[in-house]
Design a protein around this ligand. Structure first.
Ligand code: URA
Length: 268
């Protein structure tokens, strides 16, 4: 009973941090007027303007090792094969300093794939992404829009190995592992992708802009075999832990995600 109460109070505190204490929508409805016609659902991802498509050039990894990464990724024809290929790939020193490979977690068939930056200490210890403090916040955030890790989403990172001391991944490391990430997406075949934080957003959107410019809207990214896939950039949960005021923006992004998913579900 006491535990239920504590969980409810924690959920309430999260909603308050979201800025969701008075109204869920960004603009509260004017109830003094006749009901407005129902707003059209968010445009389906097909309506994302072509200008939002990723066009910039990727950072490059050194040629021979990059070619080996690309070949190993392309040869993987299942998620298990991709995991094995990453584990066997010896082109990055990160493999030598990390404890465990951190491949992915959650439900690959859910239609929603989340991509973070790189494992931290807890993820490295357990071999699962987003299980530390920021992962727990992320799980609570997603639960508040009805998405649970067991069935509602699948999650991975740009880097499968923890950078020593949790340092920021270098451009070379990102470029080296990007073929594995793109193959990962192609094998999972999600309907929507969420990019958690600047490293992930810049890598997949091939963008120079920072996350505050990229977040809050759908982008289109060409993925082999899947065409132009809708990807939503949002703030990283570790940033939200450091900057609670930014939770309002993250909440707006999650509402956009929820509305887009709902608009594409068959109407009952
Ligand atoms: N931060 C990330 O980007 N990924 C993790 O798995 C954990 C923390």
């Amino acid at each position: 009973m006491e535990q239920d109460r504590a969980a409810l109070l924690a959920a309430l505190a999260l909603q308050r941090d979201w800025g969701a204490d008075e109204a869920l929508d960004a603009a509260p409805p004017d109830r003094s007027r006749a009901p407005a016609p129902r707003a059209a659902p968010d445009p389906a991802p097909a309506a994302v303007p072509p200008a939002a498509r990723a066009t910039a050039v990727l950072p490059v990894a050194p040629a021979p090792v990059a070619a080996r990464a690309a070949a190993a990724a392309a040869a993987a024809d299942s998620l298990d094969a991709l995991r094995d290929a990453i584990a066997a790939f010896d082109g990055s020193a990160l493999r030598e300093t990390a404890t465990n490979l951190v491949f992915a977690d959650g439900a690959p068939g859910s239609g929603l794939m989340m991509i973070g930056e790189a494992p931290g200490a807890e993820e490295d210890r357990l071999g699962r992404p987003f299980v530390g403090q920021s992962g727990q916040l992320l799980d609570r955030m997603l639960a508040s829009v009805g998405l649970a890790r067991q069935a509602g989403f699948y999650i991975t990172n740009i880097l499968p190995w923890r950078p020593p001391g949790n340092r920021t991944p270098t451009d070379t490391e990102i470029a080296l592992f990007l073929p594995f990430v793109l193959r990962h997406i192609a094998l999972v075949r999600p309907r929507h992708v969420v990019l958690l934080g600047g490293v992930s957003a810049k890598a997949l959107l091939r963008a120079k802009d920072g996350i505050t410019k990229l977040r809050g809207r759908w982008h289109r990214v060409e993925v082999d075999g899947l065409g132009a896939l809708p990807m939503l950039a949002t703030l990283h949960p570790a940033y939200l832990l450091r900057t609670p005021a930014a939770k309002r923006d993250a909440w707006a992004d999650l509402l956009l995600l929820r509305r887009t998913i709902d608009a594409q579900l068959p109407q009952t």
